[in-house]
Ligand binder design. Structure first.
Ligand code: PMP
Length: 409
């Protein structure tokens, strides 16, 4: 044990952490949770699914039945790749988005977050480059950082990532001799941007990635939560060799089960299973069994319809309130998912504004959380998934008052 250097930290082990932990700092989202969870605060910050809309008692009864009928299996270790029953069911879920695959190609993971971590672990060496949308999912950026990779953000517009900008960035990185390992995309109702990648661009981007030998990581937790019309088919539906696809039950069912999956080309899938086994031996048997049971005998499609109706109403409440209270600002119009991306007027700083917002009892996530390079000061993410429409309106009213106060400074 070494004595901590003065002014560094009170943690006596400070000097002994691995170099890769340097980027391991609490995210802005995380530190917000404590403040934003006070009941008087309208939190538009966290992306928590509205699980109270689930039939909780019926799910409890399912859990009891699984235990009564197959308790010894449910409480045992299982296969590292996940149960064949659940992998079969996952194929049915993915078919809704145009994906056809074999049961052996699926790896069940502990949320898609673990799948992200495993893919990063398999591909990223320190100094490697990951291409990602600008902005991108804070939880993925944290993982890429933890493997000491660098994220290069590619601009988006209302149709998602801009292919010409992607090509340009690939060329300049290649010219500088940088190894590009992954192209990370959230094509549907992007977190945090709220935008959806158009079908033409999906094909263009697949072509660009293919011709440059770059593996696509398609992260799709929100695709089934569309409001007005279904998004274009998954990128994986047209390319099975160059894409690792990630899915999750967190948004269409419940995040508390922590069950997601990866669908990967054969060689990668084998490595993923080995890496998953090394990391957690096997995913939770009981949770997989409950989800298999739910997918085989509950009206899960009907439940997704319930969620879609509920989130559509909340999206509408948020957009109406923005039009009413903040008509001079601009924002994205999500066709599904959980998030609106708001742009403040020039000179305002969403992160700097947050303490005043919390004082006025409204919370949001500052845009800087979604950039690896400190960009995004003028932006913020508003999540409409959890608060009621009434609270959303009140939250936006409070936000508007904060923005006005800042503009007057
Ligand atoms: N990817 C994206 C884009 C997300 O928004 C989230 C959750 N917020 C995840 C992955 C992780 O989800 P989970 O681990 O619950 O499946």
């Amino acid at each position: 044990m070494s004595i901590p250097r003065e002014g560094t930290t009170l943690d006596p082990w400070y000097d002994q952490y691995a170099a890769r932990t340097a980027g391991l700092s609490g995210s802005e989202v995380r530190s917000l949770f404590a403040v934003a969870s006070r009941p008087e605060v309208v939190s538009l910050a966290g992306g928590m699914p509205f699980v109270s809309a689930l039939p909780l008692e019926a799910i409890g009864a399912r859990m009891e039945r699984v235990m009564a009928e197959r308790g010894a299996t449910a409480l045992q270790y299982g296969a590292g790749q996940g149960t064949p029953e659940l992998r079969e069911r996952i194929l049915e879920v993915m078919a809704l988005e145009g994906i056809h695959a074999g049961v052996d190609d699926v790896v069940v993971t502990t949320g898609s977050q673990q799948a992200l971590d495993l893919v990063a672990k398999l591909f990223l060496d320190p100094g490697d480059v990951v291409l990602a949308e600008s902005p991108s999912y804070v939880g993925a950026l944290g993982i890429f950082r933890s493997y000491q990779a660098e994220v290069a953000h590619i601009p988006m517009d209302a149709d998602g990532m801009i292919p010409a900008a992607l090509t340009e960035r690939i060329q300049s990185l290649r010219a500088a001799g940088r190894p590009i390992k992954l192209l990370y995309l959230i094509p549907n109702f992007q977190n945090p941007g709220g935008v959806t990648l158009s079908s033409e661009r999906r094909l263009e981007i697949i072509d660009i990635a293919r011709s440059n030998g770059i593996l696509i990581l398609e992260d799709n937790p929100y695709g089934l939560l569309w409001f007005d019309q279904a998004p274009p088919q998954a990128m994986r539906s047209v390319d099975s060799d160059g894409i690792v696809y990630l899915g999750s039950f967190s948004k269409t069912f419940a995040p508390g089960f922590r069950v997601g999956w990866a669908l990967a080309p054969h060689g990668i899938r084998e490595k993923l299973v080995l890496a998953a086994e090394a990391s957690i031996l096997s995913p939770s048997a009981i949770n997989q069994m409950v989800i298999s049971d739910y997918l085989s005998s509950a009206d899960w499609r009907g439940q997704i319809d319930v969620f879609r109706g509920l989130y559509r109403e909340r999206r509408d409440a948020m957009i109406d309130a923005l039009e009413h209270y903040l008509p001079d600002l601009s924002w994205t119009l999500p066709g599904g998912g959980f998030y609106v991306w708001l742009t403040l007027s020039d000179g305002l700083d969403a992160k700097g504004m947050l303490p005043r917002a919390v004082k006025e009892l409204v919370a949001y996530t500052p845009g800087t959380a979604f950039f690896a390079d400190g960009d995004g000061r003028r932006h913020l993410r508003l999540a409409f998934c959890y608060p009621t429409p009434t609270d959303i309106r009140e939250g936006i009213r409070r936000l508007a008052s904060v923005v006005r106060q800042e503009q007057e400074l």
